[in-house]
Design a protein around this ligand. Sequence first.
Ligand SMILES: C[S@@+](CC[C@H](N)C(=O)[O-])C[C@H]1O[C@@H](n2cnc3c(N)ncnc32)[C@H](O)[C@@H]1O
Ligand SMILES: [Zn+2]
Ligand SMILES: [Zn+2]
Ligand SMILES: [Zn+2]
Length: 442
Amino acid sequence: MRFYEPSEKQPCYYCKRITGTGEKGYPTREGTYTFETYVFRCAWHARFTCSICGEERHFSWFYWCPKSKQLICGNCNEPAMKPVAFWDRTYAYDFYCDDCGEHHYDLLYAEFQGKHPWQLGNRDIIFNVESERPWKPEWKPSEQREGKEIEITEALKLPNRLMQLRDELGPHRILKYGIPEDEIDLSDQGVAWSENSETWINAHGEDMSGDPNRKYIIDPALWNLLGDVDKLAVLDAGCGNGYLTRVLASKGAKAIGIDFSGPFIEYCKKIESEKKLGCKFLEGSLTEMSMFENQSFDVVVSNVVMVDVLDYKNAFKEIARVLKDDGRFIWSNVHPVFGRSCTAGDFKFPRDSRRNEERYIKLIDRYFETGGELTSWFGTPTWQFIRTLADYSKALKDAGLVISEIREPQPSIEDIQNHPDFLAFDADRWPHFIIFECLKRK
Ligand SMILES: C[S@@+](CC[C@H](N)C(=O)[O-])C[C@H]1O[C@@H](n2cnc3c(N)ncnc32)[C@H](O)[C@@H]1O
Ligand SMILES: [Zn+2]
Ligand SMILES: [Zn+2]
Ligand SMILES: [Zn+2]
């Protein structure tokens, strides 16, 4: 027997979802059956046995033909998707029946319509598990119903349960996501970063040592790729508080930092006037860098910036333009698969524990839902941009940049051991950042 007797009974998961939609008079039946941990199901919503193949399957994978009096599974007769909004669902399975030449629907939609075999009085249908008479309690819809016809694209926009979980358990709030980039005003982003810069500087420090992600994960891999920068002309694109520009200069590079946040650039200039490392800082957008001539730099480095850059395609083109032939563009970013905040979530239970063994799982969903995401970052609403790996690789190619290497950096075992409480995002288990090395084609 593939079900087991639960030690405690709970209300049926499916019945609860149906009553949760406000369905009048619907009984929440007892969840007598469990086929997996935590989910309890009543007889109506358990499993049935196929009249043809004899296999036992999920109830909604069946239709009932009143003519042949057979209960047939979707493996024996493959259904299509019927986009229809009913209860909390957006589609039903639509079976074309060879026996009677009509369409029948799966048992969940059939129940909604009042056409479930038990609602039609066919009480002799054998339920797959030993049970008390399963057709009680009775429930009939008030009238024959069809549900609301919708488009297939709408049917596929299922509720985002990952977002729901994130809202309930997550560390920071996402205010909007999936907004097309061309609907977002760049000035919003400039304003947001200008407001963020002070908090950012205070939180991370002048050398960014307050950020374990940079210190233990990104920077070691970035420097491994950068190698010797002595005497090279290097642009730090989106320099933020300028920490990387300063390290570049201290290693002998002719380093220039550019950022479109005025307060960041002011801060960078202030530190430069004190430390005199030979860095230059300019306020401007990566999407329009006419202050630099073609082929000005040996290396462009951009550290966790593209996620914040609206119009990354033009930023890549500008970066390619200011690079010398065979010059290198090395850029780190939030990982397009694992680092997303809206469609990838790290969960620990209990939420407040940081212990390794209580790390639960990473959930990734809706990878193709790209666009702007408005998060509350340090309390200021900030736009970030979600793109797929293919989006980035295409934009690089269009800009004349060839990816020569990809790194998915991890902290070292020593760093994990020395900072068990410090490394964000379970960085030893999945890469939250990615680093690309690209070459400018001649
Ligand atoms: C996450 S911060 C990273 C800063 C720095 N590279 C670092 O590693 O600390 C992203 C920076 O990108 C800048 N930025 C975003 N869009 C930009 C654009 N279009 N042009 C120039 N800078 C931009 C922001 O002002 C911000 O300083
Ligand atoms: Zn039920
Ligand atoms: Zn079958
Ligand atoms: Zn039929």
